[in-house]
Design a protein around this ligand. Structure first.
Ligand SMILES: Cc1ncc(COP(=O)(O)O)c(C=O)c1O
Length: 289
């Protein structure tokens, strides 16, 4: 109750539209439990966060993939055609997208909201983007927006996420949610975070500034093509050398970056934005590998 009250003030949405979860992950699972039975379609746009396809398959859903383009933009026509053809129950959009950090343009979302499908916009990284569509949930009965304390507030291990849901959907989630899904420590940490939003926003601003500096630094290396990111990481295409080997070489120098052995990403590495000295260490290591 107190947590939902605090979230309501933070996002300026009525408490009755907010549900908290054991991480945004639990809410993804609950949404799929509400909407998807065996054989029902779940529309996913990879490369993206893995839990939509994972939880969709757990429900016995049919995961329909409409891949993103080389620049990670959505293929809007193909999504429209897939909704028409397959009649999926749910469409997941991640904005900013993990792993590249691109935002879904507002006009794209507006167009997709006309489709007969529930759209879940996962805004796990919204605070780093300075852009959110959470207010749109007031106006669209087929829109859900998910958020989390894991990234901007640094509480990933405490497991607190939340969503804004239209009235017609939230009532069904209440029926199936575990009564004590958010633990007391997590709720206390999230409420304390919201009592000191100015401090956390200042951290976010530092990370955003560092992201821009890091993006600039990365362009110096002709074997890296960084994608513009609105999140707290930068994805780079690795040109003319093996991405996995580059990851290993950086690791040997004490710099950990993410390599994904997944379609569309096998020639990429993703680098988290840290403090300026972390960027300096990264650049030093890149100059030597
Ligand atoms: C896009 C996206 N959504 C959701 C999550 C999970 O958030 P939580 O820790 O709140 O379960 C992540 C974490 O990596 C993510 O990248």
């Amino acid at each position: 109750h107190a947590l939902r009250e605090a979230i309501s003030a933070y996002i300026d949405m009525p408490k009755g539209m907010i549900l908290a979860g054991n991480g945004a992950d639990e809410l993804i699972d609950l949404i799929l439990r509400v909407f998807v039975g065996p054989g029902d379609g779940v529309l996913n746009c990879p490369p993206t966060f893995g839990m939509y396809a994972f939880d969709g398959a757990l429900q016995g859903g049919r995961v329909i993939e409409v891949p993103r383009g080389d620049d990670f933009s959505l293929d809007v026509e193909a999504i429209e055609a897939a909704v028409e053809r397959e009649r999926p129950k749910v469409l997941f959009l991640t904005s900013p997208n993990n792993p590249d950090g691109s935002l879904t343009p507002d006009e794209t979302l507006l167009r997709l909201l006309r489709l007969p499908v529930v759209i879940v916009v996962d805004e796990a990284y919204a605070e780093f983007a300075g852009h959110s569509v959470i207010q749109w949930v007031r106006d669209y009965p087929n829109l859900i927006v998910l958020r989390t304390f894991s990234k901007w507030a640094g509480l990933a291990g405490l497991r607190v996420g939340y969503g804004a849901f239209p009235e017609n959907i939230i009532q069904h989630l209440w029926k199936i949610k575990q009564p004590y899904n958010v633990n007391v420590a997590g709720a206390a940490a999230a409420i304390a975070s919201l009592e000191d939003v100015a401090y956390l926003r200042a951290n976010v601003a530092k990370i955003v500034a560092e992201r821009e500096r890091m993006a600039e630094e990365l362009t110096r290396f002709d074997f890296l093509r960084p994608y513009p990111s609105r999140a707290n990481f930068i994805l780079c295409r690795v040109i003319g050398r093996n991405a996995r080997e580059l990851r290993d070489a950086l690791e040997a120098r004490g710099v950990l970056v993410r390599y994904f052995n997944k379609p569309g990403l096998t020639d990429c590495i993703r680098i988290s934005v840290g403090r300026p000295e972390h960027t300096d260490r990264l650049v030093e290591a890149l100059a030597r590998v």
